[in-house]
Design a protein around this ligand. Structure first.
Ligand code: CAA
Length: 257
């Protein structure tokens, strides 16, 4: 039973909440390990189509990796801590369900990296995001130096890294770090509406499309385009392709698996 992670389900969506509000949901080894296990469990359940990740309390999504537990680490312990963080972020980044970070407050350092490991980020107007690691004499250690430039471009990513300052939700939207900004009291509802819209479509096709996009970003364009052609053909081996196209032609809603 997880101490720091709460999971509740609403239809095809699971809401996963980081529950360590007194430390602004800071990520220590226990939080990271529990989050890995919960996400891994959800990934293996086909009926879960969307996972919404958020933080408990009004103040923070997650204020970063746990500074108290990092302060006395040896380089070897830091390497192990970073591996633990990467394992959890990679688990989230490769989920079959669509993942939505509902960024309800501070998402700094490891918290920002956690939001970036999700597919989609919806922020409340109260959210502040950034990577302040250089103010502590370190660099992001849970994937931030790689995921941030892929999301916002190198110039903006270096600006966030070098200033270390928290950026307001609207600034994050403008630079492409978050998809939408909504009022705090609407955040969860808007994420659930998005989850509902997503869950009406073919989960298999979404998963194939996500794999194409993430794998394609690691390849040169010609190989990525070739990969897409192969995956497109693969969707024609699936029930959902036949059902989706027949339903269109018969002018009825599709019934996807
Ligand atoms: N780790 C551990 N504890 C944290 C924490 C963190 N990252 N962030 C906040 N807390 C704790 C505080 O120590 C405080 O605990 P106490 O009540 O026991 O003193 C509690 O949460 C509330 O925090 P504040 O009193 O500081 O709240 P505030 O409203 O004044 O400030 C804040 C909020 C601006 C987010 C501030 O807490 C802050 O700057 N936090 C640190 C942010 C940060 O530097 N994150 C990056 C961490 S490094 C990292 O993430 C590396 C990596 O990639 C692996």
């Amino acid at each position: 039973m997880a101490e720091y992670i709460r999971c509740e389900e609403r239809g095809a969506a699971a809401i996963v909440t980081l529950e360590r509000p007194k430390a602004l949901n800071a990520l220590n080894v226990q939080v990271l390990s529990e989050l890995y296990e919960v996400m891994d469990g959800l990934n293996s359940r086909p009926e879960v189509k969307v996972v919404i990740l958020t933080g408990a309390g009004e103040k923070a999504f997650a204020a970063g990796a746990d500074i108290a537990s990092m302060s006395q680490m040896t380089p070897g312990e830091a390497a192990e801590f970073s591996r633990t963080g990467h394992r959890t972020m990679d688990r989230i980044a490769s989920m079959r369900p669509v993942t939505i970070a509902a960024v309800n407050g501070y998402a700094l350092g490891g918290g920002c990296e956690l939001a970036m490991a999700c597919d989609i980020r919806i922020a409340s107007t109260r959210a502040k995001m950034g990577i302040p690691e250089v103010t502590l004499g370190v660099i992001p250690g849970f994937g931030g130096t790689q995921r941030l430039p892929r999301l916002v471009g190198l110039g903006k990513a270096v600006e966030l890294l070098a200033t270390g300052r928290p950026y307001k939700a609207e600034e994050c939207r403008e630079m492409g770090l978050v998809n939408q900004v909504v009022a705090p009291e609407e955040l969860l509802e808007r994420c659930l509406e998005l989850a509902e819209a997503i869950s009406r479509n073919s989960t298999g096709a979404i998963s194939y499309g996500k794999q194409c996009m993430s794998t394609g970003l690691e390849l040169d364009l010609a190989r990525a385009l070739d990969f897409e052609q192969r995956v497109f053909a693969l969707t024609f081996t699936e029930h959902d392709q036949r059902e989706g196209m027949e339903a269109f032609l018969q002018k009825r809603p599709a019934s996807f698996r």
